[in-house]
Write a protein that binds this ligand. Structure first.
Ligand SMILES: C[S@@+](CC[C@H](N)C(=O)[O-])C[C@H]1O[C@@H](n2cnc3c(N)ncnc32)[C@H](O)[C@@H]1O
Length: 398
């Protein structure tokens, strides 16, 4: 069905988007990453002769025509431009490379992925700059906060996805279903359906909500309360290796330090925290249980040494468990040392999440708010009817 669609994967890492595209029958025609280990894995596993290793800025001219652009771009702070109110300047950042490619190649769709704090960093101005740029390129832009835990992965990993589809006069959502809107008031839905009620992105100076749409420099956002496609939670215990080597166990030193830990035994955001150092916030000293989710895996080395109580063993997670928690095949990074695999898995975008998002875009499963807008605007107008009465002073002057 998607045989004719072609994708380009920027900041490809170990190919979370690539695996999703393969599964959906979308051909990846070009991919890039600057990291030598990522390049080794990508080349070995995907046999893509068009994988280019190096700084994306060196290769912009090489990027072939494509229908779908995907990118889990590194989150760099934008400089404050000070020219436009509340907006930062993306010039010189890796995000700007994405904008340049979109302008030049104008693919039909794009999917970008990033950390949750993008919505709130620098008082929302960072995300505002991103939305403003993307929405002025001729796309209807939509974003949604997703959690890997809702996609059958045993991890509390919140990620923001930003997608672009062709802009038209219609207001169409691909990432939400009508069930997601059950808690939204009629006024809010009506305002969403009517572009003239959308707010200018430029003047937004606070955190953005979990879902929203943007076009031509204006946006509308909502905190949707349910994710209607959530799957039952999978627990960490269900994916652990049966009997990993002793090299993953605690050292004597660590055991000694942990003697001063206190028993907490609480589920926090789905993660079982068993023991913690007094005060509690230093993750390095936490011991997690396995009857809940894993906390967000990251590329930070210290996080690889987080400790879990598994039966009567105290150990860190194995590289293979990292692969499973992120939704990759066990052998994805098998050409690297065990140590080097952790950061690549920690950085990756789970293919299951990528596949859900891409499917939503290309299958045209959507809610068309424009279709209901007549009815919604009618209700809204009735509510505000009194304000539409002629104001006596004005009628006298006429
Ligand atoms: C968040 S990770 C993306 C991971 C990827 N989505 C995956 O599934 O593995 C960001 C990637 O951007 C790459 N990167 C950073 N700076 C780059 C640059 N200047 N040019 C190309 N790639 C770059 C990093 O090496 C890293 O692999």
């Amino acid at each position: 069905m998607n045989d004719s669609l072609k994708a380009v994967e920027l900041f490809a890492g170990i190919g979370g988007f690539r695996l999703a595209c393969d599964r959906l029958g979308i051909e990846t025609v070009w991919a890039n990453d600057i990291d030598a280990n990522a390049a080794k894995v990508y080349r070995k596993k995907s046999h893509l002769s068009n994988f280019v290793k190096g700084d994306i800025w060196q290769f912009l001219d090489e990027i072939p025509p494509h229908d779908l652009l995907t990118a889990g771009f590194p989150c760099q702070p934008f400089s404050s431009a000070g020219k436009k109110l509340g907006i930062c300047d993306p010039r010189g950042t890796l995000f700007e490379a994405i904008v340049k490619i979109l302008k030049w190649r104008q693919p039909q769709y794009f999917v970008l992925e990033n950390v949750k704090r993008l919505l709130s960093m620098q008082g929302g101005s960072h995300f505002a700059a991103i939305l403003d740029s993307l929405s002025r390129l001729g796309y209807l832009v939509e974003w949604r906060l997703l959690n890997a835990a809702n996609f059958c992965l045993p991890q509390n990993r919140e990620r923001i996805v930003i997608v672009g589809t062709p802009n038209s006069s219609r207001i169409v959502s691909h990432l939400a279903t009508s069930e997601d809107f059950t808690g939204v008031s009629i006024e809010k839905s009506a305002a969403l359906a009517n572009f003239s009620f959308w707010n200018p992105i430029e003047s937004h100076t606070k955190k953005f909500k979990a879902w929203g749409m943007a076009k031509n420099g204006k946006f509308y956002d909502l905190d949707l309360s349910i994710f209607s496609e959530a799957q039952p939670l999978v627990k960490l215990a269900e994916i652990l290796e049966a009997n990993p080597e002793a090299s993953f166990d605690f050292t004597e030193d660590t055991l000694e330090r942990l003697k001063s830990s206190v028993f907490v035994n609480k589920l926090i955001n789905g993660v079982r925290v068993l023991y913690n150092q007094k005060g509690g916030s230093r993750m390095g000293y936490t011991i997690y249980g396995i009857d809940g989710l894993a906390p967000t895996l990251t590329s930070t080395t210290s996080r690889h040494y987080e400790r879990y109580q598994v039966g009567d063993r105290y150990r860190r997670l194995t590289n293979i468990e990292y692969a499973r928690i992120q939704g990759f095949p066990d052998d994805r990074c098998d050409c690297l040392s065990v140590y080097n695999q952790y950061s690549l898995y920690g950085n990756a975008f789970p293919p299951q999440m990528a596949s859900w998002v891409i499917r939503k875009l290309i299958r045209e499963e959507s809610i068309d708010f424009s279709e209901t807008s007549q009815q919604l605007s009618f209700l809204l107008l009735r509510r505000y009817e009194p304000f539409r009465e002629p104001i006596p002073e004005l009628s006298r002057w006429n």
